[in-house]
Design a protein around this ligand. Structure first.
Ligand code: FE2
Ligand code: FE2
Ligand code: FE2
Length: 211
């Protein structure tokens, strides 16, 4: 009698354990899928921003806004760095980075700056904070780092684009200007006196010059 009860209990315990393991595994899989999808979305966004800003730079040069063209080229390089950082995380998670780069919609430089500010603001205030929240839930340190790097750089891009838009009339006929881009996190600045990156502490000597 006791023997039968023991056997029944063991069978039940085994069943409960299996169920628990399946639940834990499926929750973990869902979590990693959410961050993986977010990283793919971010990779796609950065790849498109890179192409868009290069096209905006050409338009700015055509309209005689040399300094704005330099800013677009510097930001384009930063977005390329973000895309590469996100791609490395995606690959580490065992997936293939996927982006669909569309032909950029190019308007006047004033409108292009407005569109760029809108995109950067969305990434800074909505997309990256949301993705970071999920990455923290998933405890994905690589994703958190890459997303934080991009978020900090987009905040700077929004600021630089807003300044350019505010002084656009004065920038008509301006020549190209040197910007400095952090090769690790994409931080973008025109401050030549910077000692190191405020986001990732890479020394200024390692920054890329984009004009
Ligand atoms: Fe970016
Ligand atoms: Fe940006
Ligand atoms: Fe940096």
């Amino acid at each position: 009698m006791l023997h039968t009860i023991n056997n029944r209990f063991l069978a039940f315990a085994k069943f409960a354990l299996t169920l628990f393991a399946a639940l834990v595994l499926s929750t973990a899989a869902q979590a990693s899928t959410a961050t993986l999808q977010n990283m793919q979305t971010a990779f796609n966004g950065e790849s498109n921003a890179h192409a868009r800003y290069l096209a905006f730079a050409l338009q700015a040069d055509t309209e005689g806004y040399g300094q704005v063209a330099s800013l677009f080229r510097a930001a384009a390089r930063a977005e390329e760095i973000h895309a590469a950082n996100h791609a490395a995380v995606i690959q580490k998670m065992g997936a293939v980075p996927q982006a669909k780069v569309l032909a950029p919609e190019v308007k006047t430089t004033r409108e292009n700056l407005q569109a760029a500010i809108k995109g950067e603001t969305y990434e800074r205030d909505t997309m990256y904070p949301d993705f970071l929240k999920q990455a923290r839930i998933d405890r994905n340190r690589d994703a958190i780092k890459s997303l934080n790097y991009a978020k900090a750089a987009e905040a700077e891009h929004a600021k630089l684009y807003t300044e350019a838009l505010a002084s656009l009339d004065r920038l008509k006929g301006s020549k190209s200007m040197t910007f400095y881009v952090c090769p690790k996190c994409g931080y973008t600045t025109n401050n030549a006196n910077l000692a190191k990156c405020p986001t990732c502490f890479t020394p200024k000597e390692k920054f890329e010059r984009v004009a």
